[in-house]
Design a protein around this ligand. Structure first.
Ligand code: HEM
Length: 446
């Protein structure tokens, strides 16, 4: 039986039954469920909120922050960060101000140096993983634990400025916060408490790093190192933390850039980045290698110095498995969604709305031939980095880091997912892929 027929057959009074079926179906075959919703019930009201599945409606929700706010996860995020943050607020004061500040700190000019940094860190991690596997007599290594997670964390350490913080600490703590804020829909108290405690640990670690930098003389107006110089704690590395500590905002901009606020910004960046990067580098490889012809073409593109063509393969792969498939918004005033279309729906204040970006990217009325893998698609329809008022403010470094992490692997023919197990991500009972075995066949950098 099709999903909607089965769903409608459950009495409206049995909310748990309906939600159970929805979750079960989403897990069993999410793409098929979303396709049915787009075709038959594109604005789908359920006991856990309204699912918005078509591209124009997702765009409307994410671009109208005065109606659809981040109030669903905002309070939990600020509890975990122990302070205010842009992804927890909407409107002219904090969101506008902190986002403007973040845009200055994460500029497009970082693309090339961050790409170089990612290449170096990735090659080093691959050398290490292959060598350790050899020494231990293994023919494989774990792509998630020995490559994607540590590479993402080492890039965070050097580029964002978490000097001397161990990579396991950055990855583990950020995963706990991410899970408590964005994945814990049932508000499990243990998951919540663990995320809030992890956020406090990150806050205190960063307070220590900031304290050491201040003691070394890093202050507003102090000269920084040359662009792309990510090293050191005492001097003036041009990492994101160093930039923030050397920046004085002009008077009259409303909010002080004190050390506490710098702390909230930096930890917030890590929460926005670390799991996204590690998981995207994993799911992109899985989607590519599951399509042998595309994979062969991507391998050829990876060898080119001009990375634009290769990057198209990675973002298209992520369209099929984004890290953030859907983002919730709180409708704070009555609103008519998709006004004047057959989908027109009146939403009451207080409704939770799920803007389903993974579905929107397959909206056949907007995206040409959506089920075909096309690496040359326009980025306009790609929502892997979000959309609208809260789209990814780290998009420039993200566009360097994720494709380069995948590219370094493709440049090593000896490192490949195991034949027949290309789609075998092991989540180990968590919401995140934790293990993905790959062959450990070559030590030299390509
Ligand atoms: C590595 C791949 C990345 C992916 C796939 C990604 C994805 C996303 C997505 C989907 C959103 C929208 C969230 C929502 O609407 O609920 C977002 C927002 C955000 N991202 Fe990223 N991100 C990445 C990297 C980064 C990096 C490198 C940073 C900072 C260093 C960052 C910081 C942020 C912040 C602060 C926001 C919230 C912006 C706002 O509230 O206006 N992200 N990201």
């Amino acid at each position: 039986m099709e999903f909607l027929a089965a769903y409608d057959a459950i009495p409206q009074t049995d909310a748990a039954g309906r939600v159970g079926l929805l979750r079960q179906q989403m897990k069993a075959d999410g793409p098929a469920l979303l396709r049915e919703l787009r075709e038959r019930r594109p604005v789908f009201a359920t006991p856990v909120g309204v699912f918005v599945t078509r591209m124009p409606d997702v765009v409307e929700v994410l671009s109208t922050p005065e109606v659809f706010t981040v109030g669903v996860y905002g309070p939990v995020l600020e509890e975990a960060l122990h302070g205010p943050f842009m992804l927890a607020r909407d409107g002219a004061d904090l969101h506008w101000h902190d986002r403007a500040h973040a845009q200055l700190m994460l500029p497009p000019e970082d693309f090339a140096p961050v790409r170089g940094l990612t290449a170096r860190v990735s090659d080093d991690a691959l050398d290490r993983a292959v060598a350790v596997a050899r020494i231990e007599g293994r023919t494989t290594f774990d792509y998630v634990q020995e490559y994607a997670a540590p590479v993402a964390a080492r890039v965070a350490r050097e580029y964002l400025g978490f000097t001397d913080v161990p990579e396991e600490t950055l990855h583990g703590l950020s995963q706990r916060v991410q899970r408590a804020v964005f994945v814990n829909q049932e508000r499990d108290p243990d998951v919540h408490a663990s995320g809030v405690a992890a956020g406090k640990e990150l806050h205190d670690i960063v307070a220590g790093v900031i304290g050491r930098r201040r003691a070394a003389g890093v202050r507003p107006g102090a000269p920084g190192g040359p662009a792309g110089d990510w090293a050191g704690d005492d001097g003036a590395p041009d990492d994101v933390l160093g930039r923030m500590l050397r920046t004085a905002l002009p008077p009259g901009t409303g909010r002080e850039l004190d050390d506490e606020r710098v702390n909230n910004q930096l930890v917030g960046f890590l929460i926005g980045y670390q799991q996204n990067a590690a998981q995207c580098a994993t799911t992109a490889l899985k989607e590519l290698v599951s399509r042998p012809d595309e994979f062969a073409r991507a391998e050829r593109a990876a060898a080119s110095e001009d990375t634009a063509v290769f990057d198209g393969y990675v973002w298209e792969a992520l369209r099929f498995h984004p890290f953030v498939p859907s983002t919730p918004r709180l409708c704070v005033r009555d609103h008519v969604l998709a006004a004047g279309t057959p989908r027109e729906t009146r939403l009451a204040a207080g409704t939770v709305v799920h803007a389903h970006m993974a579905s929107a990217m397959f909206d056949e009325t907007v995206v040409a031939d959506p089920y075909t893998f096309r690496p040359d698609r326009t980025p306009v329809h790609n929502m892997v980095l979000g959309h609208g008022a809260h789209d990814c403010v780290g998009k420039y470094p993200a566009r360097a880091i994720v494709p380069e992490m995948v590219r370094r692997v493709l440049l090593r023919p000896g490192v490949r997912p195991l034949p027949g197990r290309e789609r075998d991500l092991d989540y180990a009972g968590t919401p995140y892929p934790q293990h993905y075995p790959v062959t450990a066949g070559a030590t030299a950098s390509a």
